[in-house]
Design a protein around this ligand. Structure first.
Ligand SMILES: [Fe+2]
Ligand SMILES: [Fe+2]
Length: 182
């Protein structure tokens, strides 16, 4: 059997989608002025930056997508290029959401809609992005990437995991669970 190079990434998507569900639940209430827990947004932004971006997207950008390109997928105008562009779009939603949350925390009361728009924009982008990866790009990777490249990919994931502190995944799972119970 060929070594599985996408299973861990699919599992990480599940936790990212749970945070996205929280954004979708809370953002409309923030827009109405009924949910003003700024710490949730700050924790959400930290989750997105550390877990979704620095950890998960780094495995894609530095390891799996690189392997697809090494294996012959074009770098430009290709599925990999589209995924990288969406990672960047996600980062701009997060920057805009953070700026608005910081202003709200400092007392501004007329930008709740901006917070909600960026949270929901991020949520919609990432849901669509994750289904393209789960349904198209990952299955394609499993089909085209030869056995000879797979150990290197798994080692690349391990290196990414070595970059984070022990208990990293458990800690972020606990933060998501905490807000699910709110
Ligand atoms: Fe991605
Ligand atoms: Fe992903």
């Amino acid at each position: 059997m060929k070594a599985d190079i996408t299973k861990a990434l699919v599992e990480e998507h599940r936790l990212i989608l749970r945070m996205i569900a929280l954004l979708e639940k809370n953002a409309p209430r923030t827009a109405e002025g009924k949910y003003l827990n700024w710490q949730f947004y700050l924790d959400g932004i930290d989750f997105i930056r550390q877990y979704a971006d620095r950890f998960h997207h780094a495995k894609e950008e530095d390891v799996l997508f690189k392997a697809l390109v090494d294996n012959g997928m074009p770098k430009e105008n290709s599925p990999v290029a589209a995924m990288l562009m969406e990672h960047d779009q996600g980062r701009s939603f997060v920057r805009a959401m953070e700026a608005a949350v910081q202003e709200a925390q400092a007392g501004r009361t007329d930008n709740y809609q901006t917070i909600a728009d960026n949270a929901l924009g991020y949520a919609a982008l990432l849901q669509d992005h994750i289904s393209k990866e789960d349904d198209i790009l990952y299955p394609l990777s499993e089909r085209v990437i030869p056995e000879t490249m797979r150990n290197g990919i798994l080692q690349g994931y391990q290196a990414a995991e070595g970059q984070v502190s022990p208990g990293f995944g458990i800690r972020y799972d606990a933060i998501v669970t905490q807000y699910e119970q709110e």
